[in-house]
Design a protein around this ligand. Structure first.
Ligand code: B1M
Length: 212
């Protein structure tokens, strides 16, 4: 069977050790890291999402798949970062308060590092004030927020409102992303950019830094 299909299948089964082996094998076969990520790991996770929604699988299975996803990402991380160039600006990233989903946010972090940004990752469940406190302390030029739940995405607006209140919105730009978020929503809450995926997030951050 095609190695990417094997990755998709093993990710669904949560076989983290096998995923590490398969990703290493795929890299040996000179399959580009981005292709392994998109057509192997993310493709597998997409299926998990659909099955979870349809109540065909439950949280324990999703957690096992997430663990397998991380095992694969650990193998890809050095390659995705390798093409990095010297630091071109600091970015603070995190998943908003109340939200534990961090796979997509971590991918965005990896890609930003690969593009030469210094990334300060605050993890998940980050209170609005924390984003701003750290961005100010570190002189970061961009705050990147991720949300995967419709119930937490409004946390992004809280950060933007606080930035405005403190008169910081011209110095510190914002980018948002995550499955329930859209360009329209970004516009609505006053975010400076919306990243559809990790690659587009990098492009947006580059533009934001050029403009500021
Ligand atoms: Co959760 N979960 N989950 N979950 N989970 C979703 C998001 C859900 C859509 C599943 C479903 O019903 N189909 C649903 C949300 C429904 C909604 O709000 N509309 C859901 C739910 C309901 C829940 C719980 C409430 C379940 C429960 O307890 N009953 C619970 C909430 C816990 C909490 O956060 N408080 C929960 C828990 C979990 C796990 C812990 C089991 C696990 C997370 C593990 C982890 O992250 N460490 C989990 C997972 C894995 C998922 C799914 C299956 C996969 C998410 C994922 O990692 N995708 C997800 C279904 C789905 O999205 N298909 C689901 C892969 C990742 C690479 O994609 O994160 O979208 P994504 O990131 C992309 C882009 O969105 C973008 O770039 C990334 C790369 O392309 N992006 C950015 C993301 N952030 C960005 C930031 C940017 C720019 C781009 O700029 C800064």
């Amino acid at each position: 069977m095609d190695i990417l299909k094997q990755i998709v299948e093993n990710l669904q089964q949560g076989n983290n050790k096998r995923i590490s082996e398969l990703v290493r094998q795929a890299l040996k076969q000179k399959i580009p890291a981005k292709e392994i990520l998109d057509n192997g790991l993310i493709a597998g996770m997409d299926i998990i999402g659909k099955q979870f929604k349809a109540h065909k699988i439950f949280l324990p299975e999703v957690l096992l798949s997430a663990r397998a996803m991380y095992a694969g990402m650990d193998e890809l991380k050095p390659i995705l970062i390798k093409e990095g160039v010297p630091t071109i600006g600091k970015v603070v990233i995190g998943t908003v308060q109340g939200d534990m989903h961090d796979i997509g946010k971590n991918l965005v972090g990896i890609m930003l590092k690969g593009a030469g940004f210094e990334v300060i990752d605050l993890g998940n469940d980050v209170p609005p004030e924390r984003f701003i406190e750290v961005a100010k302390k570190e002189n970061a030029r961009v705050i990147g927020m991720s949300a995967l739940l419709t119930t937490t995405m409004l946390g992004m607006k809280k950060v933007i409102d606080l930035l405005n209140k403190q008169g910081l919105s011209s110095e510190i730009k914002t980018i948002i992303g995550g499955a329930p978020v859209s360009e329209e929503f970004a516009h609505e809450i006053g975010a400076n950019a919306y990243g559809y995926d990790a690659t587009s997030a990098v492009e947006c951050v580059k533009k934001l830094i050029k403009r500021s």
